[in-house]
Ligand binder design. Structure first.
Ligand code: ZN
Ligand code: ZN
Length: 183
């Protein structure tokens, strides 16, 4: 589980000032470009969008505890009508980065010297908050099953001749039947 972080990578943060002294603390405000693939199929944070982070780095015995919030735009499409959906996302997270792999479990994050990578924590936090079926509006009527037109954009009472024709046929049969009985 060795990792080598690039100190120039935007999401890599230095904890050097903390000096590995338990109790030492550092607050940071960062604006970082959203990493790729932060999201699920239908919705996510657009790559490169501004992510506003407020984080606190706290030195503890085993490593550095990171607590923070991240605000970012969201973009996706409505699960019913496929119109673009835009909104904002705010997530909170807390993660302990371990100094040594010996103290950490397999899924735990490690520091690389003084460096830690915020990207996986941000990505996981965002994905957990995303709706499985994003909607353009709570009561989106979706698409017409016959022609695929977006019902919100269609004429009120949008419908198709297929159904009308069937009714007309039935209506035509009824009087004939009645006439037979009368005669
Ligand atoms: Zn919709
Ligand atoms: Zn239609």
């Amino acid at each position: 589980m060795t990792l080598h972080l690039d100190p120039r990578a935007p999401w890599v943060v230095s904890t050097h000032e903390l000096g590995r002294r338990p109790g030492a603390m550092k607050q940071m405000h960062l604006t970082l470009p959203a990493p790729a693939e932060t999201g699920v199929d239908m919705i996510g944070v657009p790559r490169g969008a501004d992510v506003e982070l407020d984080i606190r780095l706290e030195s503890v015995m085993e490593g550095v505890l990171v607590t923070g919030t991240a605000r970012s735009p969201l973009r996706g499409e409505c699960a019913r009508c496929l119109e673009p959906v835009t909104s904002e996302n705010e997530v909170s997270f807390q993660e302990l980065y371990f100094y040594s792999a010996e103290d950490a479990a397999e899924d735990d994050l490690l520091l690389d010297g003084d460096l830690l990578d915020l990207e996986p924590v941000f990505r996981d936090a965002v994905v957990l908050t995303l709706p499985l079926s994003p909607l353009c509006s709570e009561d989106c009527a979706g698409l017409c099953v016959e022609c695929g037109v977006r019902l919100a954009d269609a004429e009120p009472g949008h419908g198709h001749e297929v159904i009308d024709a069937r009714w007309a046929k039935l209506q035509g049969l009824v009087p004939e039947h009645n006439n037979d009985q009368e005669s």
